[in-house]
Design a protein around this ligand. Structure first.
Ligand code: FAD
Length: 403
């Protein structure tokens, strides 16, 4: 339900406005981004039903892109860009990766509307945003995945990566807190690019990568130790109760770690807390996940779907899975939008997925359904290029001369 992600260098989202415009439909106080109605690429047609997608991660972005020539699509995201999450760690050590991994929504949403604001309420007919818009919908798709504070604009996000990189270059010792996939990938990327830096990774669990098999965790541990990363298991660093003093961090086991810089790679909460005050509150399970049926429709709702990490489907939360959800809902919505008396909706069937954690730019560890693989081969698949080309292509973006 929760996943880890570094939180050290994040800034806050824009302040939420308490005043709510009562304008019907899409009538905000400021113009919203709109592209297409007078464009040669087609355009929004009168009479099209409106599909509102809340959340512009891989699930929501891909869905909005897929439906933009079939409906009046409105994407609501608190940031004006989509960030490829599996490239975030590498973006900190290699700025050219960040340039490719952070994509303005308007680059692929050429025939839809974009609202850059957090959604704060949902009624039976409207989504209300923090900046006071009331957006009516015929169909609604909730795709707010995991919550992580990020700047609103791409430029600021790129600057954050640059700042993190400058600090990293200056530091001679770096502490990484958390040994899930994020902490492991970050430690491995730092040590691959800066082999002379002293990297320490502290993890509260008995093994790294606790969300996959033992073997995978052991392989990652072996790899990191072979690169001189100091890995401390079964202890943690609590920055709140024990803040660092003079560059010394204390672990729960009383070990002192000297570090010039730290990265917190811990679990981040689901992006569903805001739903608890909405008309969808009854659709949340005890973990805050959105309960969906086999068509990815909310239980008891005719026109509301959910996709991606936020759903209660018992499967590993992964981008590859979120993309499959998008495809199923895109197909279902296209069928519903076409109308007809009896619309037969497609079903989503969870399947075993492969999980890969990169170890630097050449190696990786892969958890396959019945075995574990590590080294150069999985590294070839994931670590070298991090699926950047494939993900950008899924959004219809050209890669010429870029990758
Ligand atoms: C570091 C890292 C590495 C990963 N590596 C891989 C990998 O190699 N392979 C893989 O398959 N998966 C990987 N994953 C997992 C994968 O990234 C997630 O499963 C996937 O991103 C889920 O997509 P999503 O669209 O459901 O949610 P998210 O990516 O969490 O996106 C949610 C979106 O909703 C927006 N949002 C949230 N609340 C609101 C609101 N109230 N109003 C408006 N917008 C809102 C956010 O701004 C965000 O844009 C990785 C994850 C991380 C963090």
């Amino acid at each position: 339900m929760e996943e880890d992600r570094p939180a050290t260098y994040c800034t806050l989202n824009p302040a939420r406005s308490s005043s709510v415009s009562s304008d019907p439909g899409l009538s905000p106080r400021e113009p919203i981004f709109w592209s297409g109605s007078d464009s040669s690429r087609g355009g929004n047609q009168a009479g099209w039903k409106r599909v509102v997608v809340v959340g512009g991660g891989i699930a929501g972005s891909l869905l909005a892109k897929s439906l933009q020539f079939h409906a009046d699509v409105v994407l609501i995201d608190q940031k004006e860009y989509f960030e490829i999450p599996w490239a975030t760690m590498r973006s900190m050590v290699d700025h050219s990766v960040a340039e490719k991994a952070i994509i303005n929504h308007k680059d692929y949403l050429v025939n839809g509307k974009l609202i850059t604001s957090a959604a704060v309420d949902i009624t039976e007919t409207e989504v209300v945003t923090a900046d006071g818009r009331r957006v009516t919908y015929d169909y609604l798709v909730v795709a707010t995945g995991h919550s992580s504070p990020s700047p609103t604009c791409r430029k600021e996000r790129l600057e954050m990566f640059q700042e993190a990189n400058i600090k990293m270059r200056i530091a001679s010792s770096i502490l990484i807190i958390g040994g899930g996939p994020t902490g492991v990938e970050l430690a491995s990327d730092i040590t691959a690019v800066y082999p002379d830096k002293k990297v320490t990774l502290v993890h509260s669990g008995p093994r790294l990568l606790g969300f996959i098999g033992h073997k995978a965790g052991n392989k990652a541990l072996e790899w990191l130790r072979s690169k001189n990363v100091d890995v401390l298991l079964e202890q943690y660093v609590d920055l709140e109760s024990m803040p660092p003093a003079n560059g010394i961090y204390m672990t729960s086991a009383g070990e002192a770690i000297a570090a010039d810089l730290h990265f917190l790679c811990v679990k981040r909460p689901l992006g569903s807390s805001w739903l608890k005050q909405t008309s969808l509150k009854d659709c949340l399970d005890k973990y805050g996940q959105v309960m969906v049926d086999e068509h990815l429709k909310l239980i008891g709702r005719k026109n509301v779907f959910a996709i991606g990490d936020i759903t209660d489907i018992p499967e590993r939360k992964q981008g590859v899975v979120a993309q499959r959800h998008s495809m199923v809902v895109a197909k279902n919505l296209k069928a519903l939008l076409k109308g007809g008396k009896e619309v037969k909706l497609g079903k989503y069937r969870p399947s075993m997925s492969i999980t890969m954690v990169s170890l630097g730019k050449k190696d990786a560890v892969a958890q396959l359904p019945f075995t574990t693989m590590s080294g150069f081969l999985p590294g070839l698949i994931k670590s070298r290029e991090l699926f950047l080309r494939k993900t950008r292509k899924a959004l219809g973006l050209e890669n010429h001369g870029f990758l």
